[in-house]
Design a binder for this molecule. Structure first.
Ligand code: PA5
Length: 474
């Protein structure tokens, strides 16, 4: 029996959101009043009902349940990669990269790529989510093409960055391996739309599909994220079980027992009060890239110019990534004494997977010796509590999410809760949380600048932008 089939274990792994410090009773005048929160219960219920009603359009919500055969294929492909390759390179950007990065950091050894082959027990993972030419060139100094598998991921099948990477990789593979290049490339894309599917079919590439109704930033729990996770040895069944567990919790129409609903409500009320910034501060290196993944999810989903009626709203919260304790020494001064324009979300771990004791030494120096006998575990937990206290004392809104332990079950749960929270926040703001016209505008302008056929009008539009005035350049 898998541990996630045990109810008591599942309950012990339940993620909790402590929002005391969002409330006026705790944080003072900038806080949310109990009556105000309770008065918005009906809005949360309406949002929950709207999501349920449109569930058939939101296929990302079914991913924990709907992928039996796909999961089997992913495991087979991952086993093949693990057996035959020393490196696995993801080519993708945005929603096609941030999930794989976050999950690998959470579930693999923290210095995975640096471990020797026996200890790593899987290929090295590189997620290439930028097109800096120096970075691109440097990749080929650290991988052996003959021992590398590439997973090109693009839902739209046409993103310039990813397609440029593919052109480069295919060219190099062909030079080295001739027709065998196709054995080194796995495509993950839409089944019907875009150019990647055409390339995949024409060249008989192993292909996984991003299902309809699963947008880029909601795609970690489909082949986009599952393949890289399985290649690195993660238990993807447990990851999906965690998401399924979260789905049950996030459907709860008792709003006060539903962490996604409560968090969405709190953030909406905070936004209404001018808190335009959402700081995500994990106190665990394993969760540091969950903050990056969340930043895209929250920013792209909620940053919208108009609401569903077409009225101009220019809403959203700017996500800021911070890492505890590192950023205590860089950003926390601002969080305590700066403007009242943000909500800080601490992400803490109940039990770390390692316990490291601080050894005894320098007893003649009491200011150093007081640390002796404590552990790094106690130190980081105390620093999180201390920072939470400092932010509370300064009257700034904050809440704390506790992940009992970082494992596949809790990571699946956490990502899913954030996804539902984001969708609910979109409902509360009355915006479309699933489009990204601002991103598309940039993509289209790039196509125009590089001469993609069909973008001549966009190029003409760009040519109309006034020439830059040297007077404003120093
Ligand atoms: O969330 C989104 O839809 C975007 O951020 C995309 O993930 C990103 O632009 C990459 O798109 P694609 O997967 O189509 O290459």
């Amino acid at each position: 029996m898998n541990r996630y089939e045990n109810k008591a274990w599942r309950e012990s792994m339940r993620i909790r959101v402590d929002y005391n410090n969002m409330m006026a009773d705790f944080v003072g005048e900038k806080g949310i009043r109990k009556a105000q929160l309770e008065a918005s219960e009906s809005a949360a219920l309406t949002a929950l009902a709207a999501l349920e009603e449109r569930r058939d359009q939101m296929k990302w919500r079914d991913l924990p349940y709907s992928q039996g055969a796909v999961v089997r294929d992913i495991k087979a492909a991952a086993a093949h990669v693990r057996e035959n390759f020393d490196a696995f390179v993801v080519l993708g950007i945005g929603g096609s990269a941030l999930g794989p990065i976050a999950v690998q950091q959470a579930l693999s050894h923290l210095r995975y790529n640096e471990l020797n082959k026996e200890k790593r027990n899987g290929p090295k993972l590189y997620v290439e989510d930028n097109i800096d030419p120096e970075r691109m060139a440097s990749l080929f100094d650290v991988i052996d093409l003959e021992r590398t598998a590439f997973n090109v991921i693009t839902k739209s099948g046409s993103t310039s960055e990813t397609m440029a990477q593919l052109l480069l990789v295919v060219n190099l593979l062909k030079k080295r391996l001739g027709d065998k290049w196709t054995e080194h490339v796995i495509a993950t894309t839409d089944e019907k739309k875009g150019n990647l599917i055409k390339i995949a079919q024409a060249n008989n590439l192993r292909t996984f599909y991003v299902p309809d109704g699963v947008g880029g930033r909601f795609s970690e729990l489909c082949p986009v994220g599952l393949l890289a996770a399985a290649v690195c040895g993660a238990d993807i069944d447990e990851l999906l079980a965690g998401a399924a567990y979260a789905d049950e919790i996030c459907k709860d129409t008792n709003v006060w027992a539903n962490p996604a609903a409560v968090a969405a409500l709190l953030e909406k009320l905070a936004m209404d009060a001018g808190n335009n910034i959402s700081v995500m501060m994990p106190y665990a290196d394993s969760l540091r890239y969950v903050a990056d993944w969340y930043a895209q999810l929250w920013a792209e989903s909620l940053g919208k110019a108009t609401d569903r009626s077409g009225a101009r709203v220019n809403c959203g919260q700017t996500p800021v990534k911070a890492l505890g304790v590192t950023d205590q020494h860089s950003q926390v001064q601002l969080y305590t004494e700066g403007p009242f324009d943000k909500v800080v979300t601490f992400l803490r771990v109940g039990e770390f997977r390692q316990n490291v004791v601080i050894p005894r030494a320098f007893d003649e120096l009491p200011d150093v010796a007081f640390l002796s006998g404590h552990s790094f575990n106690e130190l980081i937990q105390s620093e999180q509590r201390a920072t939470e206290y400092a932010v509370l004392k300064s009257g700034h809104l904050n809440k704390t999410i506790t992940v009992p332990e970082v494992n596949a079950f809790t990571v699946g749960q956490l990502l899913y809760i954030f996804e539902v929270q984001t969708a609910l926040a979109g409902e509360l703001l009355n915006i479309d949380a699933f489009d990204q016209p601002g991103v598309e505008e940039g993509k289209n302008a790039t196509y125009a600048l590089l001469g993609k056929p069909g973008y001549e009008q966009k190029k003409a539009e760009l040519d109309l932008v006034p020439r830059k005035n040297t007077r404003y350049t120093v």
